[in-house]
Ligand binder design. Structure first.
Ligand SMILES: [Zn+2]
Length: 344
C-alpha cells in the first residue's frame, strides 16, 4: 500500500490580533488562560444558549459555531480546531495606550469560516465584557480596543492586514500554512543545518506540558516529544483535513514505527529549559488550572534532520501538549537565528 501524502490536505491560518489597552488591564504573568476564558465566556453567552447536555451533543456541535470552536470532542482539548499564542511579556498589567499581541491559529476550512465570530467576540471582550481581574474602582475588568488584525505565514515570512489600522472591515485571509509552505521551509532549513553540524535549536516559548508514562515530563525528552507530535497531527488532520481516512490508527502506528528510530538517534546537546509553574485561577469557574510546563532553549543534534523537519515545523504551528487552547506548548525552531521572543 502506498503511503498517502500525510497532511497535504491540512491547512492552518495564523491570525494575529493587536490590541490596545483603553483602561488598565490586570493579568497574570501567563496571559493565555485569561484571554481564552474571556473569549469563550463571551462567545457562549452571546451566541449559544443551549444547556450543557445539548452543548455536548455531536448534532449540536455540527450546527453551532460556538460549540464547534469551543466544545468539540469534549475532554480532549487537543482536538479543538484552534490553538492560542498568548502575549509573552510577563508583566502584571497593561497601561492605557499600551499594545499587546496574541494569535489564534485556526485549523481547517470550517474554523476559518468562523473567523468573524472569533474576531467579533474578541472585539466585544475588549469593548464591553472585559479582560483580566475585576477592578473595583472601575467596576469592571480591563478594556482594550482591537487596533488591527493580520494573517501571517511564518514560512514565507509574509503578512496580510486583514483588518488594517483604522478599519473595521475584515478581509478573508489568504496566507495559510500548508504542506507546500512546510516543505519549502524544511528544505531551506535542512541545508542550513547540515552546514552547521546539524545542531537544531528549539525554543519552548510557552509551557510545554506533556504526559509520558502517566507522569509529567519534567525534563525534555526527544522520543515522547516526537511521538506526541505525530499523534496530535494525526488527530488534527483526521478531524480537520479533507481525508480523514488517511489518519486511522493503523496509519498512525506505521508512521510512528518509521520515525521512532530516527527520534531515538536525536541527542539533546544542550538543555536550558526550566519548569514554569503556572497556575491559573478562573474566577468564572471558581477553580485552578494547572498550566505549568517546560520553557526555554534546547539544542538537538541528528545525523540527518530531513525526515523529521516537516513534523517539527507542523508542530510549531499547532503547538503541543496540554492547554494549547490556553496558550501552552508553543515552540519555535530558531535555527541558529537570534530571534526576539516578544512577538505573538
Ligand atoms: Zn452551542
Amino acid at each position: 500500500m502506498n503511503t498517502p501524502p500525510f497532511f497535504s490536505d491540512f491547512t492552518i491560518h495564523h491570525i494575529r490580533f493587536t490590541a490596545e489597552a483603553t483602561t488598565p488591564i490586570l493579568l497574570d504573568e501567563f496571559k493565555g488562560s485569561a484571554i481564552r476564558g474571556a473569549w469563550q465566556s463571551y462567545l457562549s453567552r452571546a451566541y449559544c444558549g443551549a444547556p450543557p447536555q445539548v452543548k455536548a451533543a455531536p448534532e449540536h456541535q455540527a450546527a453551532c459555531p460556538v460549540c464547534y470552536l469551543t466544545s468539540r470532542d469534549t475532554g480532549s482539548e487537543s482536538r479543538r480546531p484552534f490553538a492560542l499564542r498568548p502575549p509573552l511579556e510577563r508583566i502584571p498589567r497593561y497601561e492605557p495606550g499600551q499594545r499587546f499581541h496574541f494569535t489564534f491559529s485556526l485549523f481547517g476550512p470550517n474554523a476559518l469560516f468562523l473567523l468573524p465570530y472569533v474576531a467579533l467576540a474578541l472585539h466585544e471582550v475588549g469593548e464591553t465584557f472585559g479582560l483580566g481581574r475585576f477592578q473595583p474602582e472601575l467596576q469592571s475588568r480591563g478594556r482594550y480596543r482591537l487596533a488591527r488584525i493580520d494573517a501571517y505565514n511564518p514560512h514565507a515570512r509574509a503578512q496580510q492586514a486583514i483588518m488594517p489600522e483604522g478599519s473595521r472591515t475584515l478581509t478573508f485571509p489568504s496566507l495559510p500554512v500548508t504542506a507546500d509552505s512546510i516543505q519549502l521551509r524544511a528544505a531551506q532549513m535542512a541545508e542550513r543545518l547540515s552546514a552547521r553540524d546539524n545542531i537544531l535549536h528549539l525554543h519552548l516559548k510557552t509551557p510545554l506540558r506533556l504526559i509520558h508514562h502517566n507522569q509529567l515530563m519534567r525534563r525534555f525528552q526527544v522520543v515522547p516529544f516526537i511521538q506526541r507530535l505525530a499523534e496530535r497531527l494525526f488527530a488534527l488532520a483526521a478531524n480537520y483535513g479533507q481525508h480523514p481516512e488517511w489518519y486511522q490508527q493503523d496509519a498512525l502506528r506505521a508512521f510512528i514505527a518509521q520515525i521512532r528510530p530516527l527520534a531515538e538517534n536525536v541527542q539533546v546537546v544542550q538543555d536550558d529549559a526550566a519548569w514554569w509553574d503556572v497556575k491559573g485561577y478562573s474566577s468564572r469557574l471558581k477553580k485552578y488550572h494547572y498550566l505549568g510546563g517546560l520553557v526555554g532553549p534546547i539544542a538537538l543534534r541528528a545525523d540527518d534532520w530531513r525526515p523529521l523537519l516537516p513534523l517539527l515545523l507542523w508542530g510549531e504551528s499547532v503547538q503541543l501538549g496540554k492547554n494549547v487552547v490556553k496558550g501552552g506548548g508553543w515552540y519555535e525552531i530558531t535555527n541558529n537565528e537570534q530571534r526576539t521572543t516578544n512577538n505573538g
